[in-house]
Design a binder for this molecule. Structure first.
Ligand code: T4K
Length: 372
């Protein structure tokens, strides 16, 4: 059998380039706690992402927990059920009540039309996800947030480098969080960041990510340890050097899939929304009822051929044992999310995925659909 094809593979820069940076770390013996690579990467990313604040963290999950903490929220938080589990868990770990609203079938993000009727006097924020890197309806969300005086936090784990109508997606929201996990389009092995268009929350974020310590003699907050190490920050520099070529390689894969899948009945490939400069971090398709077999059967067929697609984001968060009892988690409240989660399949996409391998994936899908 041919080599397995994974849903993703991390880009790695030439090893010699990383070794050169490791030599500098060995030389100066600063390994963490805001060392020189950490500081310079924050500055470079702030420029690249058009952000006033970039605070690096150990991962995207802690970035989100800290962002929620820094905004000093209370009561209820309106959020999406259609995401990786870290999103709702961060709300819950912040001692807040998640209130689920439905998603749009076009971009799989929170449907802004559902937000307003979910707002109560206890609502303090909206935690939305730019799912698969597609920007949320940011202007509409901003209007609602301003009207009801709510904070907006974007879980932008998937949205590194994404732009909307020429503007960085990180220009919206009070705070956004990113994941630099190995599976993301920009990776530092593990890592993440809290990003903001203002510096309003910067001090708070920096203190929380350093155990709550403000100075040698002041510990004003209950914090955690989410500092990025110099090893990760050094990798971040090299990844940034290569990011635009990584994006181009991903786009090539995306375009070949789109051309090849266009004529397979029952397979729906969502468009990249107008005005979006994508990072092509995921390639979701919907296996609709018009396809010959169901989503799970297609997943199994691909797997039998060594192709590891993923059902991101099944199971739906509102159906998990710890959340399904919440009133807003009912299936009647979330019809679109409950439908999409049973149709979605993310196909392998990463820089360097060959035309031959893309064609192998498409071939299995075409044969499953009996469309030859
Ligand atoms: N918010 C959202 C919306 C998120 O999607 C995530 C993370 C977070 C927050 C939290 O951010 P972090 O705390 O993780 O920074 C993965 C990732 O672990 C997770 O980061 C990601 N989202 C989620 C969507 O996917 P798995 O369980 O799919 O990973 P895994 O280990 O099965 O990897 C998938 C494939 O990638 C493997 O089959 C092979 C390949 N791979 C993976 C790793 C780790 C490699 O080739 N090399 C590697 O080192 O969760």
């Amino acid at each position: 059998m041919s080599e397995p094809i994974f849903v993703t593979r991390p880009f790695l820069p030439p090893l010699a380039d990383y070794v050169a940076l490791l030599e500098q770390i060995w030389e100066n013996r600063i390994l963490t706690n805001g060392g020189p690579f950490h500081q310079s990467l924050e500055r470079r990313l702030a420029t690249y992402l058009d952000a006033a604040q970039v605070s690096l963290t150990t991962n995207g999950a802690l970035a989100l927990e800290i962002a929620i903490d820094a905004c000093d929220l209370s009561g209820e938080v309106i959020t999406t059920p259609y995401s990786f589990v870290a999103t709702t868990h961060s709300v819950k770990r912040g001692q807040l009540k998640p209130v689920f609203v439905d998603i749009s079938p076009d971009d799989f993000n929170i449907d802004p039309a559902t937000i307003e009727r979910a707002i109560t006097p206890s609502t303090s924020a909206i935690v939305a996800v730019h799912c698969y890197g597609n920007p949320c309806a940011v202007d509409e969300i901003e209007k609602i947030a301003n009207k009801y005086d709510l904070r907006v936090i974007y879980d932008a784990a998937h949205a590194f480098g994404v732009r909307l109508n020429g503007r960085s997606v990180f220009e919206w929201g009070d705070l956004s969080t990113i994941s630099f996990h190995a599976t993301k389009s920009y990776n530092t092995f593990e890592g993440g960041a809290i990003v903001s268009p203002t510096t309003r929350f910067k001090k708070q974020v920096e203190i929380i990510k350093n155990f709550g310590i403000a100075s040698e003699v002041e510990i004003p907050l209950v914090g955690t340890n989410a500092k990025m190490s110099e090893l990760n920050a050094a990798m971040g520099h090299l990844q940034l050097d290569h990011y635009e070529s990584i994006r181009t390689l991903r786009r090539t894969v995306d375009e070949r899939y789109r051309r090849s899948l266009a004529n397979i009945a029952g397979i729906h490939v969502p468009d990249i929304p107008n005005g979006v400069s994508s990072n092509h971090s995921y390639f979701p398709i919907l296996v609709t009822p018009d396809f010959t077999v169901g989503r799970d059967a297609l997943y199994d067929r691909l797997k039998a051929e060594g192709i590891m697609s993923r059902k991101y984001f099944f199971p739906l968060l509102s159906n998990l044992p710890m959340y399904k009892g919440i009133e807003s988690a009912s299936q009647e409240n979330l019809p679109v999310a409950n439908k999409i989660v049973n149709e979605v399949l993310c196909l392998p996409i990463y820089p360097g995925l060959s035309d031959h391998d893309i064609d192998r994936v498409v071939d299995v899908i075409a044969k499953a659909g009996d469309s030859y």
